[in-house]
Design a protein around this ligand. Structure first.
Ligand SMILES: C[S@@+](CC[C@H](N)C(=O)[O-])C[C@H]1O[C@@H](n2cnc3c(N)ncnc32)[C@H](O)[C@@H]1O
Length: 381
Protein backbone atom coordinates (compact mmCIF):
# COMPACT_ATOMS: atom_id res chain seq x y z
CA UNK A 1 0.00 0.00 0.00
CA UNK A 2 1.41 3.42 -0.94
CA UNK A 3 2.23 6.13 1.61
CA UNK A 4 -0.68 8.17 0.24
CA UNK A 5 -3.15 5.30 0.60
CA UNK A 6 -1.99 4.88 4.19
CA UNK A 7 -2.43 8.60 4.85
CA UNK A 8 -6.00 8.51 3.56
CA UNK A 9 -6.77 5.34 5.51
CA UNK A 10 -5.53 6.91 8.78
CA UNK A 11 -7.48 10.11 8.11
CA UNK A 12 -10.69 8.14 7.48
CA UNK A 13 -10.04 6.04 10.62
CA UNK A 14 -9.46 9.23 12.66
CA UNK A 15 -12.66 10.88 11.40
CA UNK A 16 -14.79 7.73 11.49
CA UNK A 17 -16.25 8.38 8.06
CA UNK A 18 -15.99 10.94 5.26
CA UNK A 19 -18.24 11.69 2.31
CA UNK A 20 -17.25 10.28 -1.07
CA UNK A 21 -16.74 13.88 -2.25
CA UNK A 22 -14.13 14.46 0.46
CA UNK A 23 -12.39 11.22 -0.46
CA UNK A 24 -12.45 12.12 -4.18
CA UNK A 25 -11.05 15.58 -3.42
CA UNK A 26 -8.10 14.05 -1.58
CA UNK A 27 -7.53 11.35 -4.19
CA UNK A 28 -7.45 13.84 -7.07
CA UNK A 29 -6.37 17.13 -5.52
CA UNK A 30 -4.32 16.47 -2.38
CA UNK A 31 -1.63 19.15 -2.78
CA UNK A 32 1.28 16.66 -2.82
CA UNK A 33 0.03 13.19 -3.68
CA UNK A 34 -3.34 13.86 -5.37
CA UNK A 35 -3.73 12.41 -8.86
CA UNK A 36 -3.74 15.83 -10.55
CA UNK A 37 -1.35 17.55 -8.12
CA UNK A 38 1.39 14.93 -8.30
CA UNK A 39 2.34 16.06 -11.78
CA UNK A 40 2.74 12.77 -13.69
CA UNK A 41 1.68 12.34 -17.31
CA UNK A 42 -2.12 12.14 -17.22
CA UNK A 43 -3.39 12.72 -20.75
CA UNK A 44 -2.25 11.03 -23.95
CA UNK A 45 -0.62 7.77 -24.94
CA UNK A 46 1.80 7.65 -22.02
CA UNK A 47 -0.86 8.71 -19.50
CA UNK A 48 -4.16 7.30 -18.31
CA UNK A 49 -6.78 8.73 -20.66
CA UNK A 50 -7.22 10.49 -23.98
CA UNK A 51 -9.21 13.69 -24.28
CA UNK A 52 -10.23 15.57 -27.40
CA UNK A 53 -7.11 17.68 -26.94
CA UNK A 54 -5.10 14.71 -28.28
CA UNK A 55 -6.40 14.97 -31.84
CA UNK A 56 -3.45 16.77 -33.38
CA UNK A 57 -4.81 20.27 -32.79
CA UNK A 58 -8.14 19.63 -34.52
CA UNK A 59 -10.24 20.12 -31.40
CA UNK A 60 -8.66 23.52 -30.72
CA UNK A 61 -9.22 24.55 -34.33
CA UNK A 62 -12.90 23.64 -34.08
CA UNK A 63 -13.25 25.49 -30.81
CA UNK A 64 -11.52 28.53 -32.31
CA UNK A 65 -14.24 28.63 -35.01
CA UNK A 66 -16.90 28.89 -32.31
CA UNK A 67 -14.91 31.46 -30.39
CA UNK A 68 -14.52 33.60 -33.52
CA UNK A 69 -18.25 33.47 -34.25
CA UNK A 70 -18.98 34.52 -30.68
CA UNK A 71 -16.37 37.28 -30.82
CA UNK A 72 -17.98 38.64 -33.98
CA UNK A 73 -21.27 38.63 -32.19
CA UNK A 74 -19.78 40.57 -29.27
CA UNK A 75 -18.51 43.12 -31.80
CA UNK A 76 -15.60 44.25 -29.69
CA UNK A 77 -11.95 44.78 -30.66
CA UNK A 78 -10.66 42.78 -27.72
CA UNK A 79 -11.56 39.31 -26.48
CA UNK A 80 -10.83 37.57 -23.20
CA UNK A 81 -10.73 33.79 -23.11
CA UNK A 82 -11.00 31.93 -19.82
CA UNK A 83 -10.28 28.19 -19.82
CA UNK A 84 -11.37 26.14 -16.82
CA UNK A 85 -9.33 23.04 -15.94
CA UNK A 86 -6.74 24.06 -18.52
CA UNK A 87 -4.25 21.32 -17.61
CA UNK A 88 -0.87 21.88 -19.30
CA UNK A 89 -2.21 24.54 -21.67
CA UNK A 90 -2.45 22.12 -24.61
CA UNK A 91 -5.93 23.19 -25.65
CA UNK A 92 -5.23 26.90 -25.14
CA UNK A 93 -2.19 26.56 -27.40
CA UNK A 94 -4.31 24.92 -30.11
CA UNK A 95 -6.94 27.65 -29.86
CA UNK A 96 -4.37 30.45 -29.92
CA UNK A 97 -2.53 28.93 -32.89
CA UNK A 98 -5.81 28.56 -34.76
CA UNK A 99 -6.74 32.18 -34.00
CA UNK A 100 -3.27 33.22 -35.22
CA UNK A 101 -3.85 31.25 -38.41
CA UNK A 102 -7.09 33.18 -38.95
CA UNK A 103 -5.33 36.50 -38.21
CA UNK A 104 -7.49 36.86 -35.08
CA UNK A 105 -4.98 36.42 -32.23
CA UNK A 106 -4.25 40.13 -31.76
CA UNK A 107 -6.42 41.60 -29.05
CA UNK A 108 -6.92 38.24 -27.34
CA UNK A 109 -5.96 37.70 -23.71
CA UNK A 110 -6.18 34.33 -22.03
CA UNK A 111 -6.78 33.30 -18.43
CA UNK A 112 -6.10 29.67 -17.62
CA UNK A 113 -7.62 28.31 -14.44
CA UNK A 114 -5.92 25.12 -13.28
CA UNK A 115 -5.73 23.67 -9.78
CA UNK A 116 -2.64 21.54 -10.37
CA UNK A 117 0.66 23.37 -9.78
CA UNK A 118 2.77 21.16 -12.08
CA UNK A 119 0.17 21.49 -14.86
CA UNK A 120 0.16 25.30 -14.47
CA UNK A 121 3.94 25.32 -14.68
CA UNK A 122 3.81 23.21 -17.85
CA UNK A 123 1.22 25.62 -19.29
CA UNK A 124 3.41 28.61 -18.44
CA UNK A 125 6.33 27.07 -20.37
CA UNK A 126 4.16 25.93 -23.28
CA UNK A 127 2.51 29.31 -23.77
CA UNK A 128 5.59 31.47 -23.07
CA UNK A 129 5.63 32.90 -26.60
CA UNK A 130 2.06 34.21 -26.38
CA UNK A 131 1.58 37.61 -24.75
CA UNK A 132 -1.30 38.23 -22.32
CA UNK A 133 -1.56 34.73 -20.85
CA UNK A 134 -2.46 34.61 -17.15
CA UNK A 135 -2.55 31.56 -14.91
CA UNK A 136 -4.74 31.05 -11.88
CA UNK A 137 -5.14 28.25 -9.41
CA UNK A 138 -8.78 28.98 -8.76
CA UNK A 139 -11.58 30.84 -10.47
CA UNK A 140 -12.15 32.89 -7.28
CA UNK A 141 -8.67 34.39 -7.69
CA UNK A 142 -9.88 35.96 -10.91
CA UNK A 143 -12.66 37.84 -9.28
CA UNK A 144 -10.77 41.10 -9.11
CA UNK A 145 -10.60 40.79 -12.92
CA UNK A 146 -14.41 41.00 -12.89
CA UNK A 147 -15.67 42.42 -16.10
CA UNK A 148 -14.45 39.73 -18.50
CA UNK A 149 -15.87 40.23 -21.97
CA UNK A 150 -15.36 37.11 -23.99
CA UNK A 151 -15.70 33.35 -23.80
CA UNK A 152 -15.29 31.01 -20.83
CA UNK A 153 -14.71 27.48 -22.11
CA UNK A 154 -13.83 24.07 -20.73
CA UNK A 155 -13.33 20.51 -21.84
CA UNK A 156 -13.72 17.69 -19.32
CA UNK A 157 -13.50 20.09 -16.40
CA UNK A 158 -16.87 19.54 -14.71
CA UNK A 159 -16.55 15.74 -14.78
CA UNK A 160 -13.48 16.06 -12.57
CA UNK A 161 -15.31 17.86 -9.73
CA UNK A 162 -15.85 15.85 -6.53
CA UNK A 163 -19.22 14.11 -6.32
CA UNK A 164 -21.28 12.63 -3.51
CA UNK A 165 -22.62 9.08 -3.95
CA UNK A 166 -26.20 8.28 -3.01
CA UNK A 167 -28.81 5.52 -3.25
CA UNK A 168 -32.58 5.45 -2.93
CA UNK A 169 -33.48 3.11 -0.05
CA UNK A 170 -37.08 2.48 1.05
CA UNK A 171 -38.15 5.75 -0.51
CA UNK A 172 -35.49 7.87 1.22
CA UNK A 173 -32.18 9.17 -0.07
CA UNK A 174 -29.14 7.58 1.59
CA UNK A 175 -25.56 8.74 1.16
CA UNK A 176 -22.56 6.45 0.81
CA UNK A 177 -19.78 7.39 3.20
CA UNK A 178 -16.22 6.12 3.05
CA UNK A 179 -15.19 4.16 6.13
CA UNK A 180 -12.28 1.94 7.10
CA UNK A 181 -12.92 -1.76 7.67
CA UNK A 182 -10.20 -4.33 8.32
CA UNK A 183 -7.55 -1.99 6.93
CA UNK A 184 -9.50 -1.26 3.72
CA UNK A 185 -11.67 1.56 2.52
CA UNK A 186 -15.29 0.58 1.91
CA UNK A 187 -18.62 2.37 1.49
CA UNK A 188 -21.30 2.52 4.16
CA UNK A 189 -24.75 4.02 3.71
CA UNK A 190 -26.18 6.59 6.12
CA UNK A 191 -28.33 9.72 6.39
CA UNK A 192 -27.16 12.32 3.84
CA UNK A 193 -24.47 14.69 5.12
CA UNK A 194 -26.42 17.69 3.82
CA UNK A 195 -29.97 18.42 2.60
CA UNK A 196 -28.35 19.95 -0.50
CA UNK A 197 -28.07 16.47 -2.04
CA UNK A 198 -31.81 15.85 -2.04
CA UNK A 199 -32.36 19.40 -3.25
CA UNK A 200 -30.12 18.84 -6.29
CA UNK A 201 -32.51 16.08 -7.39
CA UNK A 202 -35.73 17.84 -6.42
CA UNK A 203 -34.82 20.98 -8.33
CA UNK A 204 -34.24 18.89 -11.45
CA UNK A 205 -37.47 16.95 -10.87
CA UNK A 206 -35.43 13.75 -10.73
CA UNK A 207 -36.82 10.77 -8.82
CA UNK A 208 -34.37 7.94 -8.33
CA UNK A 209 -35.90 4.47 -8.46
CA UNK A 210 -35.78 2.16 -5.46
CA UNK A 211 -32.24 0.78 -5.08
CA UNK A 212 -30.86 3.12 -7.74
CA UNK A 213 -27.40 4.55 -6.97
CA UNK A 214 -26.17 7.82 -8.46
CA UNK A 215 -23.65 10.62 -8.13
CA UNK A 216 -24.50 14.22 -7.42
CA UNK A 217 -22.25 17.26 -7.54
CA UNK A 218 -23.32 20.16 -5.30
CA UNK A 219 -19.96 21.81 -6.10
CA UNK A 220 -21.38 22.70 -9.53
CA UNK A 221 -23.23 25.52 -7.84
CA UNK A 222 -20.14 27.37 -6.58
CA UNK A 223 -18.40 26.98 -9.93
CA UNK A 224 -21.36 28.30 -11.93
CA UNK A 225 -21.75 31.23 -9.52
CA UNK A 226 -18.03 31.93 -9.94
CA UNK A 227 -18.33 32.00 -13.73
CA UNK A 228 -21.31 34.33 -13.47
CA UNK A 229 -19.34 36.71 -11.23
CA UNK A 230 -16.27 36.75 -13.48
CA UNK A 231 -18.06 37.11 -16.82
CA UNK A 232 -19.58 40.52 -17.55
CA UNK A 233 -20.63 39.85 -21.12
CA UNK A 234 -20.09 36.89 -23.38
CA UNK A 235 -20.47 33.16 -23.73
CA UNK A 236 -19.73 29.98 -21.80
CA UNK A 237 -18.94 26.83 -23.80
CA UNK A 238 -18.92 23.62 -21.76
CA UNK A 239 -17.85 20.39 -23.42
CA UNK A 240 -18.03 17.24 -21.32
CA UNK A 241 -19.22 13.71 -20.79
CA UNK A 242 -22.75 14.05 -19.55
CA UNK A 243 -26.42 14.23 -20.27
CA UNK A 244 -29.64 16.07 -19.45
CA UNK A 245 -30.85 15.22 -15.91
CA UNK A 246 -33.69 13.01 -17.20
CA UNK A 247 -31.24 10.86 -19.14
CA UNK A 248 -28.40 10.87 -16.63
CA UNK A 249 -30.62 9.54 -13.84
CA UNK A 250 -32.80 7.27 -15.96
CA UNK A 251 -34.12 4.27 -14.10
CA UNK A 252 -32.14 1.58 -15.89
CA UNK A 253 -28.84 3.21 -14.92
CA UNK A 254 -28.70 1.45 -11.58
CA UNK A 255 -25.15 2.23 -10.46
CA UNK A 256 -24.42 5.78 -11.53
CA UNK A 257 -21.59 6.83 -13.80
CA UNK A 258 -18.52 6.85 -11.57
CA UNK A 259 -15.49 5.56 -13.47
CA UNK A 260 -11.76 5.33 -12.97
CA UNK A 261 -9.07 5.57 -15.64
CA UNK A 262 -5.62 4.09 -15.33
CA UNK A 263 -3.28 3.40 -18.21
CA UNK A 264 -6.27 3.61 -20.57
CA UNK A 265 -8.23 0.93 -18.72
CA UNK A 266 -11.66 1.90 -17.43
CA UNK A 267 -12.44 0.68 -13.93
CA UNK A 268 -15.01 1.14 -11.23
CA UNK A 269 -13.12 0.83 -7.93
CA UNK A 270 -12.09 4.27 -6.67
CA UNK A 271 -10.35 2.76 -3.63
CA UNK A 272 -7.68 1.05 -5.71
CA UNK A 273 -4.50 2.81 -6.84
CA UNK A 274 -5.47 5.97 -4.97
CA UNK A 275 -3.58 8.95 -6.39
CA UNK A 276 -2.59 6.93 -9.45
CA UNK A 277 -5.90 6.80 -11.26
CA UNK A 278 -8.41 9.37 -12.45
CA UNK A 279 -11.94 9.35 -11.02
CA UNK A 280 -14.81 10.94 -12.96
CA UNK A 281 -18.60 11.08 -13.08
CA UNK A 282 -20.87 12.29 -15.88
CA UNK A 283 -22.04 15.88 -15.76
CA UNK A 284 -25.69 16.78 -15.12
CA UNK A 285 -26.12 19.28 -17.95
CA UNK A 286 -29.68 20.04 -16.85
CA UNK A 287 -28.46 21.21 -13.49
CA UNK A 288 -25.60 23.14 -15.07
CA UNK A 289 -28.06 25.04 -17.27
CA UNK A 290 -30.55 25.58 -14.44
CA UNK A 291 -27.87 26.90 -12.06
CA UNK A 292 -26.66 29.32 -14.72
CA UNK A 293 -30.19 30.55 -15.38
CA UNK A 294 -30.62 31.18 -11.66
CA UNK A 295 -28.00 33.88 -12.21
CA UNK A 296 -27.49 35.67 -15.50
CA UNK A 297 -26.20 32.84 -17.67
CA UNK A 298 -28.92 32.17 -20.24
CA UNK A 299 -28.91 28.68 -21.75
CA UNK A 300 -28.63 29.15 -25.52
CA UNK A 301 -27.77 25.81 -26.99
CA UNK A 302 -27.29 22.18 -26.05
CA UNK A 303 -26.43 19.29 -28.34
CA UNK A 304 -23.99 16.48 -28.92
CA UNK A 305 -20.38 17.39 -29.61
CA UNK A 306 -20.71 15.80 -33.05
CA UNK A 307 -23.66 17.89 -34.18
CA UNK A 308 -22.27 21.03 -32.57
CA UNK A 309 -19.06 20.96 -34.57
CA UNK A 310 -20.66 19.61 -37.75
CA UNK A 311 -22.96 22.63 -37.73
CA UNK A 312 -20.58 25.31 -36.46
CA UNK A 313 -17.52 24.26 -38.46
CA UNK A 314 -18.85 23.00 -41.79
CA UNK A 315 -16.31 24.91 -43.87
CA UNK A 316 -13.32 24.00 -41.75
CA UNK A 317 -14.30 20.34 -41.63
CA UNK A 318 -14.66 20.20 -45.40
CA UNK A 319 -11.19 21.73 -45.79
CA UNK A 320 -9.72 19.31 -43.24
CA UNK A 321 -11.21 16.21 -44.88
CA UNK A 322 -10.95 17.16 -48.56
CA UNK A 323 -7.66 19.09 -48.64
CA UNK A 324 -5.58 18.26 -45.56
CA UNK A 325 -6.77 14.65 -45.59
CA UNK A 326 -4.95 14.16 -48.89
CA UNK A 327 -1.60 15.04 -47.26
CA UNK A 328 -2.34 13.48 -43.90
CA UNK A 329 -4.64 10.42 -43.90
CA UNK A 330 -4.85 10.55 -40.07
CA UNK A 331 -7.03 13.65 -40.44
CA UNK A 332 -10.20 11.73 -41.29
CA UNK A 333 -9.57 9.42 -38.34
CA UNK A 334 -9.36 12.45 -36.07
CA UNK A 335 -12.56 13.91 -37.49
CA UNK A 336 -14.26 10.56 -36.85
CA UNK A 337 -12.85 10.43 -33.32
CA UNK A 338 -14.34 13.80 -32.42
CA UNK A 339 -17.61 13.66 -34.34
CA UNK A 340 -18.80 10.08 -34.70
CA UNK A 341 -22.11 9.65 -32.83
CA UNK A 342 -21.01 6.28 -31.45
CA UNK A 343 -17.80 7.78 -30.06
CA UNK A 344 -16.95 11.13 -28.51
CA UNK A 345 -19.30 12.88 -30.92
CA UNK A 346 -22.27 11.29 -29.14
CA UNK A 347 -20.97 10.73 -25.60
CA UNK A 348 -19.85 14.34 -25.20
CA UNK A 349 -22.26 17.22 -25.14
CA UNK A 350 -21.87 20.95 -25.59
CA UNK A 351 -23.75 23.54 -23.58
CA UNK A 352 -23.52 27.19 -24.62
CA UNK A 353 -24.72 29.86 -22.21
CA UNK A 354 -24.76 33.58 -22.82
CA UNK A 355 -24.63 36.60 -20.56
CA UNK A 356 -25.85 39.99 -21.75
CA UNK A 357 -25.71 38.84 -25.35
CA UNK A 358 -29.40 38.46 -26.16
CA UNK A 359 -30.51 35.33 -28.01
CA UNK A 360 -28.14 35.05 -30.96
CA UNK A 361 -28.63 32.37 -33.61
CA UNK A 362 -25.38 30.43 -33.29
CA UNK A 363 -24.46 28.15 -36.18
CA UNK A 364 -23.71 25.26 -33.82
CA UNK A 365 -27.33 25.30 -32.70
CA UNK A 366 -28.99 23.84 -35.79
CA UNK A 367 -29.60 20.62 -33.85
CA UNK A 368 -30.39 22.38 -30.60
CA UNK A 369 -31.82 20.05 -27.94
CA UNK A 370 -32.13 22.68 -25.26
CA UNK A 371 -35.77 21.71 -24.69
CA UNK A 372 -34.50 18.42 -23.20
CA UNK A 373 -32.43 20.34 -20.68
CA UNK A 374 -34.33 23.32 -19.51
CA UNK A 375 -37.86 22.26 -18.79
CA UNK A 376 -37.33 23.69 -15.32
CA UNK A 377 -35.50 26.83 -16.40
CA UNK A 378 -37.94 29.72 -16.17
CA UNK A 379 -37.40 31.39 -19.50
CA UNK A 380 -36.08 29.10 -22.20
CA UNK A 381 -35.29 30.97 -25.39
C1 LIG B 1 -9.91 15.63 -16.92
S1 LIG B 1 -8.77 16.92 -16.79
C2 LIG B 1 -9.06 17.75 -18.32
C3 LIG B 1 -7.91 18.57 -18.81
C4 LIG B 1 -8.11 19.30 -20.14
N1 LIG B 1 -9.18 20.26 -20.06
C5 LIG B 1 -8.33 18.35 -21.28
O1 LIG B 1 -9.39 18.38 -21.88
O2 LIG B 1 -7.44 17.56 -21.58
C6 LIG B 1 -9.49 18.03 -15.58
C7 LIG B 1 -8.59 19.18 -15.19
O3 LIG B 1 -9.34 20.10 -14.38
C8 LIG B 1 -8.51 20.53 -13.29
N2 LIG B 1 -9.41 20.98 -12.20
C9 LIG B 1 -10.29 20.24 -11.52
N3 LIG B 1 -10.96 21.00 -10.60
C10 LIG B 1 -10.50 22.24 -10.74
C11 LIG B 1 -10.82 23.49 -10.13
N4 LIG B 1 -11.76 23.57 -9.18
N5 LIG B 1 -10.17 24.59 -10.54
C12 LIG B 1 -9.24 24.50 -11.53
N6 LIG B 1 -8.90 23.36 -12.15
C13 LIG B 1 -9.50 22.24 -11.78
C14 LIG B 1 -7.69 19.29 -12.97
O4 LIG B 1 -6.54 19.59 -12.22
C15 LIG B 1 -7.38 18.75 -14.36
O5 LIG B 1 -6.22 19.33 -14.91
Amino acid sequence: MSEFQNTILSEVRRRGRVTFAEFMKWALYHPIHGYYAAGGERRGRGGDFFTSVGTGGLFGRLLAESVTEMWDHLGSGRLTLVELGASDGGLAEQVLKALEGKGRAKGVSVHLVEKSGPAREAARRRLARFPRVHLWEDLDEMEHTAGVEGVVYSNEFFDALPVHRVRMESGALQEFFVVEKDGRLVEEAGEPSTPRLARCFEEQEVHLAEGQAAEVCPALEEVVEGIDRVLARGFVITVDYGEPSVDLYREDRRDGTLRTFRKHAVGGDPFQNIGEQDITAHVDFGRLAALGARGELDPLLFCSQGSYFLNSCEGLLRKVVEEEGKQDPSMSRRVQQLLHPEGMGGAFHVLVQGKNVGRPELSGGKANRLHRLVKMVNSPP
